[in-house]
Ligand binder design. Structure first.
Ligand code: CA2
Length: 144
């Protein structure tokens, strides 16, 4: 099973500031956790991070016909990007939204999610572990 994990803007800065919200782990720790999950579960997992909305749209489009599931943390674009929502709808691939923090307990603007209107599940506030949960969910639901 082929899964793409997409991380949006500033996720590459994890661990540098705001540990009370996002924890002390770094982006490199996140990459390792996802690689380890892929190895343990026998999955083909690719990772992509970008600070640019159009690059994320391009990467989602490139999944068409090649990828079985998408795990996406669109970061700040969660709350603004109709383009990312439309790209997810266009490719029609099962997707799970992940947020490291519990966005429901933060500022009101973080409680709106455009990508979440497409994703069949949202995992929030479970820290980096949320990515593992999302991958396992896709494997259980769509893997053979
Ligand atoms: O909780 C999440 O995973 C978020 O998607 C993270 C985004 C935020 O804009 C969303 O509302 C919720 C932020 C990504 C990382 O931002 C950093 C900020 C300071 C230091 C390091 C990373």
């Amino acid at each position: 099973m082929r899964i793409l994990v997409i991380n949006g803007p500033n996720i590459n800065m994890l661990g540098i500031r705001e540990p009370a919200i996002y924890g002390k782990n770094t982006f490199s720790d996140l990459l390792s956790l996802i690689e380890q999950t892929a190895r343990e579960e026998g999955l083909d997992v690719e990772q992509f991070q970008s600070n640019h909305e159009g690059a994320i749209v391009d990467r989602i489009q490139s999944c068409y016909g090649t990828t079985d599931g998408i795990v996406i943390n669109p970061a700040a674009y969660t709350h603004t990007s109709v383009a990312i929502l439309d790209a997810l709808k266009a490719v029609g691939i099962p997707a799970v939204e992940v947020h490291i923090s519990d966005v429901d307990k933060r500022e009101p603007f973080r409680q709106i999610s455009y990508a979440g209107l497409y994703c069949e599940k949202t995992i929030k506030g479970h820290g980096l572990e949320g990515y593992r949960e999302a991958i396992l969910y896709l494997k259980e639901r769509y893997g053979q």
